[in-house]
Write a protein that binds this ligand. Structure first.
Ligand code: CP3
Length: 342
């Protein structure tokens, strides 16, 4: 995986799956029957156990810390609940007073469970398998704080962006600092790669991305980079129009969704970044044979591309047949690149 992210030659792409530790796994559902999601996340022994589940269940090439992008927001003082309808903030951010009440947390004090979870994962998995850390990117994090949860339109977020630009920019720059400090904390505790999730930033126009989001995201990346050389990935959904600008944030790799043609993405972004993706998660509901053939087709689309990390184009869905997730992983693992085949 590290070779792929540095765009060095490898005989097949490494593979992991966004949300690989989650509800499509029977073992996860069994643990969730006994503990809330928050309890799982905050108990290092349980969080480490969940982090490790995909290794045995489907055989991924990398592990991703079991946690959530919203954890740092709770540490900033925003009260968070995970109910059946997804995450909810009790007091969404609406004005300058709300922003002023947010604090800049020290992750080692606010989230010591993360370091302990990473230590337990490492002790059990050994040094060879890469461990990914992650955080939400500033825009996506702001959208949760302002909307109070998941949104379809991001109307409130965009209202603040356009009606109170100074306040919005202040919120984003606070978020950039906090996010960077969490990523640095994860790197200090053994993350080999980190991924920034800007899942919802595709709701913005390219001009607004350039003017309002690119600078603060680049700043966040620079803060992570200062003094450490761990590869940084940036993922966004429906962000095809933004790819060139996402490269300008200074990351090492871009996560692309299934609406992007990999060869086209490569032509557009040049040679400086790796690409990660991009099978449609809904394809995993097709018959198993088709899951295999669509995985192969995706691999072929990336061609002899050295900097490819195989993944889905967004997180795996909760009721995906686990056997189909395994089929994806096995297909990638047995694939050999053109030049390595002969
Ligand atoms: O990838 C992994 O397996 C690592 C853990 C991880 C989770 N969430 C665990 C989780 C990661 C990397 C995330 C990222 C995350 N969380 C994102 C960005 C990526 C994406 O999928 O778009 C976002 C937007 C969130 C916020 C969030 N957390 C939502 C919207 C929800 C509710 C929807 C849902 O899937 O339940 C969560 C809860 C959540 N985060 C669960 C898990 C395993 C489900 C909790 C449960 O068991 O009920």
């Amino acid at each position: 995986m590290l070779r792929a992210l540095r765009r060095q030659p490898i005989d097949r792409p490494p593979v992991w799956i966004m949300r690989q530790a989650g509800r499509y796994l029977a073992d996860y559902r069994a643990l969730r029957a006994q503990h809330s999601f928050m309890e799982l996340m905050k108990s290092p022994a349980l969080a480490a156990e969940v982090t490790l589940m995909p290794l045995e269940a489907i055989g991924t090439d990398a592990l991703i810390l079991f946690n959530d992008i919203l954890t740092p927001l709770e540490a900033m003082g925003a009260e968070l609940e995970f109910g059946d309808g997804g995450p909810k903030f009790r007091h969404p951010i609406a004005n300058a007073d709300d922003v002023a009440r947010l604090v800049t947390p020290d992750p080692s004090i606010a989230s010591p469970d993360i370091a302990e979870t990473m230590r337990l994962v490492r002790a059990s998995a050994g040094d060879d398998i890469p461990l990914l850390g992650f955080a939400g990117a500033p825009f996506t994090m702001a959208s949760y704080l302002i909307e109070g949860g998941t949104s379809r339109t991001f109307h409130k977020t965009k209202l603040m962006m356009f009606q109170e630009p100074a306040l919005f920019d202040r919120l984003l720059s606070m978020l950039a600092e906090t996010i960077a400090s969490y990523l640095r904390y994860e790197i200090a505790n053994g993350a080999d790669v980190v991924q920034l999730f800007d899942t919802w930033v595709g709701c913005l126009s390219p001009d607004d991305y350039r003017a309002r989001i690119l600078p603060v995201t680049r700043r966040c990346v620079e803060l992570v980079r200062a003094g450490c050389d761990v590869p940084i990935l940036l993922y966004g959904r429906y962000t095809s129009p933004l790819l060139e600008m996402m490269v300008e944030t200074g990351v090492d790799g871009l996560g692309i969704d299934w609406t992007v043609d990999p060869a086209d993405a490569r032509r557009r972004v040049g040679q400086s970044v790796a690409l990660q993706g991009n099978l449609d998660p809904d394809v995993l509901y097709a018959p198993r044979d088709e899951v295999v053939s669509r995985t192969l087709a995706t691999l072929e689309r990336f061609g002899s591309e050295p900097g490819h990390v195989f993944n889905l184009g967004h997180g795996i869905l909760p009721d995906t047949p686990v056997d189909h997730a395994r089929a994806v992983i096995e297909t990638v693992k047995s694939y050999r690149r053109e030049e390595a085949r002969g």
